[in-house]
Design a protein around this ligand. Structure first.
Ligand code: PLP
Length: 383
């Protein structure tokens, strides 16, 4: 079988080998954590230790964490039930669709939504702060954008939002940044923060929501009262243990992994000079695991499948919007039509190697040149 080169880590990551072993152990320890005999109490104890591990990993001095089914559920819980009422919620137009759709629901529930538009290929964080007023119940923004890798300064935003309205709650979608960038929920004054297990080498179906003040949150799911009554249903013990193992390994290797991602992205960006007429759509100071690039005159899906035929996996937009037309993020950051039509996202993990980049660039160059022959693209035309 051909060796696979997986550069779609913003869509999902390969579980660590140790995570898979932990999954097996957790599945074998099948007792219900709400039961009161010793074996079940031991399951519950392990679950609580993951809760603490997560809180420690974001330097939380207070608050709790709810285990959810993933980033989408965490975001929905925060946006729909973290600040319900008549006041407004401020967000941006280049959020993940989980946020965009949850805000649409909040809007149909009667809540005022104030959207800050990205311009000049960036979100101006000052405009997020400008949109906050005395009636702002919550501000919600991504830490790292999943399509282009832009980083928003959560510390500056936290300070400025609190200064403008000390009552406003701050929700951060940290799905793409957790375990890649350091997050200190105290310094960033974060009240709610969403993360997802499958983006950090755990498994799918597990996520978490950090909640500074559980009294202010209303449940989205009702039932047996698990998770302090804030998220009922027997806990996904296997997923939680997988998440715990991924956090443990991610935290232990944090600096080493960050250095590796930095080198991978720098090497990829440098090697792209082998290919004519490309545009790097990601900012130079963006996250190290995401690089969005347009190859002018090359329709992105044709290139994606051409790479796939050589065992190289990338994305032409966010996986969650696959099949849908165009990317709202690339549109929001004002990419030209031909740049949007030819954009691919390469996303790395610390499990990738520099040698994979050299192999991928060689295939990429060949594929781009072949496709351009068919599209009759003349090099330099759109430069
Ligand atoms: N937020 C961002 C920034 C994401 O990249 C994703 C997944 O692509 C999500 C939220 C949704 O997370 P999940 O797939 O765990 O529901």
């Amino acid at each position: 079988m051909k060796k696979e080169i997986y550069f779609d880590n913003a869509a999902t990551t390969m579980p660590y080998r140790e995570v898979i072993e932990e999954v097996k152990r957790a599945a074998e320890e099948y007792y219900n954590p709400s039961a009161i005999y010793d074996r079940a109490i031991e399951v519950s104890r392990k679950l609580e230790s993951v809760r603490q591990l997560f809180l420690d990993s974001v330097s939380a001095e207070s608050g709790t964490v709810l285990f959810t089914s993933g980033g989408t559920e965490s975001i929905n819980t925060a946006l729909l039930n973290g600040a319900a009422g008549k006041k407004n919620i401020v967000s941006t137009d280049y959020e993940h669709s989980a946020t965009i759709k949850a805000l649409a629901q909040a809007s149909s529930n009667g809540q005022e939504i104030r959207i800050v538009k990205a311009t000049d290929r960036r979100i101006d964080t000052g405009r997020i702060v400008d949109a906050v007023n005395e009636r702002t119940a919550m501000v919600s923004f991504m830490h790292v954008n999943n399509e282009i890798g832009d980083i928003l300064d959560i510390y500056e935003l936290g300070r400025s939002i609190r200064k403008k309205n000390p009552q406003t709650l701050i929700h951060v979608d940290a799905v793409q940044s957790y375990m890649k960038l350091g997050i200190d929920v105290e310094k960033a004054k974060i009240d709610l923060m969403s993360i997802s297990g499958h983006k950090i080498h755990a498994i799918k179906g597990i996520g978490a929501l950090y909640v500074r003040n559980p009294q202010k949150l209303k449940p989205l799911i009702f039932g047996g009262g698990q998770e302090r009554g804030l998220r009922s249903g027997t806990e996904n013990v296997v997923g939680i243990r997988a998440l715990g193992k991924a956090i443990e390994l991610g935290a232990m290797n944090f600096s080493k992994n960050a250095e590796k991602l930095k080198n991978l992205k720098a090497h990829f960006a440098a090697r792209l000079s082998d290919i004519s007429d490309h545009r790097i759509n990601s900012a130079a100071d963006g996250a190290d695991h995401i690089l969005n690039v347009s190859f002018l005159g090359v329709p992105s899906e044709i290139l994606l499948h051409s790479l796939e035929s050589e065992g190289i996996y990338v994305s032409s937009g966010s996986a969650c919007s696959a099949g849908k037309k165009g990317s709202h993020v690339l549109e929001a950051v004002n990419l030209r039509k031909e740049e949007r039509a030819s954009a691919l996202r390469f996303s790395f993990s610390a499990l990738n190697e520099l040698s994979e980049i050299d192999e991928a660039i060689a295939v990429l160059k060949r594929s781009v040149e072949e496709i351009r022959k068919f599209t009759k693209y003349r090099t330099g035309k759109n430069v």
